[in-house]
Design a protein around this ligand. Structure first.
Ligand code: 5AD
Ligand code: SF4
Length: 435
């Protein structure tokens, strides 16, 4: 019997969230329905992330928990980047796993579910030349802020990173396909599109790049906001920077990972930018759009990182004044060049550096939020808050804003930012000005 209900759990990055939504649509198209809250699903898909340590271990322990008290179990599909990395090995490590499906092969999931329900244990970690996107059903549902994958994979080969291995080579989806999906997401209710890619700013179709694509997407009626993530400093073109000055719907926010403030470490990471070229991009961006909110990623404790290198990282945090940033302890990933480098850093040192870096980032985040108090702006309402009558939305700078309002998800409302916390803002509805 093929299962009638499913549950998909996505871990890790936004691209996995997007893939999870597409898998849900695909399964729905094949006659399955999401399991009601609190009920066991007949099919469980674990859409996993492999970026940092113990990812595989965590996935296997999540799989273990799917065995029910009476000894029965759902059909279990291991999907995402752990599935890609582990392949058929996953079936040997856990007898609970029925299906192993990689991020480029999940359009075949319904077929694999049928096979699994007949007792087979299919594995598909191909990276087919024909895009999975061509085999997926059209979009019919969209959140007020919807994800849209436009580029996948990575050719940069930073020495710490598994992405080039798990997601494969850099591939851009064609212009027409992206515009068609964008249009259907807007028709399905999206007011904001977040264009996704591991190297989204390297998106290209012939002569056209992300800047042209954003200008075309901005012409879709009913769409009010555009964002994109994640960008590589080496691919920030002048055309894209100019789009920030000229396209009103393009939000003033840029996630631009730098990873380290030390040129020596950036070289060892094979980042193909220096602190100087990174800061030059930021400077140009600020000239194009003075209010741009900047965010970044950092790794502490990369092999060979000295106290001086780490001090340099703190300095670049101060120099940029990030509105938000994400920081991670270096995690040696099997098969990556950095995993076998000398001078791996002791855990205690990484812990200390991470704490210090996060304190510094938090201070900048709070300062950025405080700088917006008193500002009249707009929020896109996304969901209900905890308190009665309270809704939560996003400012143009991607701050989470709590506001008391009868407005509903998908509404864009005029507010004044009235108070700042380290992780969110409070807003007050602005009365419409008299005509
Ligand atoms: N260890 C720690 N952090 C990593 N990242 C990627 N690979 C590793 C690793 N091996 C971080 C980088 C990247 C973010 C998505 O995850 O900062 O930008
Ligand atoms: Fe990984 Fe570097 Fe590619 Fe980002 S640019 S996905 S960090 S290899």
């Amino acid at each position: 019997m093929t299962p009638k209900t499913f549950k998909i759990k996505s871990f890790g990055c936004q691209m996995n969230v997007y893939d999870g939504e597409r898998m849900a649509e695909l399964l729905a198209d094949h006659g399955m329905a999401p399991a009601p809250d609190g009920e066991d699903a007949e099919l469980v898909v674990l859409n996993t992330c492999h970026i940092r340590e113990k990812a595989a271990e965590k996935a296997y322990s999540d799989v273990g928990r799917l065995r029910r008290d009476d000894g029965s179990k759902p059909i279990v599909a291991l999907a995402g980047c752990v599935a890609q990395a582990e392949g058929a090995e996953a079936k040997r490590r856990s007898s609970l796993i029925d299906i192993v499906v990689g991020p480029q092969a999940y359009h075949r999931l319904p077929d694999m579910v049928v096979q699994a329900s007949k007792g087979a244990r299919p594995v598909d970690t191909d990276m087919p030349a024909i895009s999975k996107f061509d085999a997926l059903p059209p979009r019919r549902k969209a959140a007020p802020s919807a994800f849209l994958s436009i580029q996948e994979g990575c050719d940069k080969f930073c020495t710490y990173c598994v992405v080039p291995y798990t997601r494969g080579a850099e591939i851009s989806r064609p212009w027409d396909h992206v515009l068609t999906e964008a249009q259907s997401l807007v028709e399905a209710g999206a007011r904001e599109l977040v264009l996704l890619g591991q190297n989204v700013n390297a998106w290209t179709d012939g002569e056209r790049g992300l800047a042209e694509l954003i200008r075309a997407i901005a012409r879709i009626d009913g769409l009010e906001r555009i964002r994109y993530t994640t960008s590589h400093p080496a691919d920030m073109t002048d055309a894209l920077i100019a789009a920030h000055a000229e396209v009103d719907k393009l939000m003033p926010y840029l996630h631009l990972p730098v990873q380290s403030g030390s040129d020596r470490i950036l070289r060892a990471m094979n980042r193909s930018h220096t602190t100087e070229t990174y800061l030059a991009v930021i400077e140009k961006m600020r000239q194009a759009r003075s209010d741009i909110a900047l965010s970044g990623d950092f790794i502490v404790g990369f092999p060979g990182e000295t106290d001086e290198d780490f001090e340099a990282t703190l300095r670049i945090v101060d120099a940029v004044g990030y509105a938000a940033a994400y920081s991670f302890k270096y995690s040696a990933r099997p098969g990556t060049p950095a995993a076998t480098m000398e001078d791996q850093i002791a855990r205690e040192i990484m812990d200390e550096r991470l704490q210090e870096l996060q304190n510094r980032i938090n201070a900048h985040q709070l300062a950025f939020n405080q700088s917006k108090v008193g500002c009249d702006t707009q929020v896109l309402i996304e969901r209900r808050g905890k308190l009665h009558g309270q809704m939560i939305g996003r400012s143009p700078w991607l701050q989470s804003v709590h506001v008391e309002t009868p407005a509903q998800p998908g509404d864009i409302i005029d507010i004044t930012l009235v108070a700042a916390g380290p992780n969110s803002m409070s807003g007050a509805v602005r009365a419409k000005e008299a005509a």
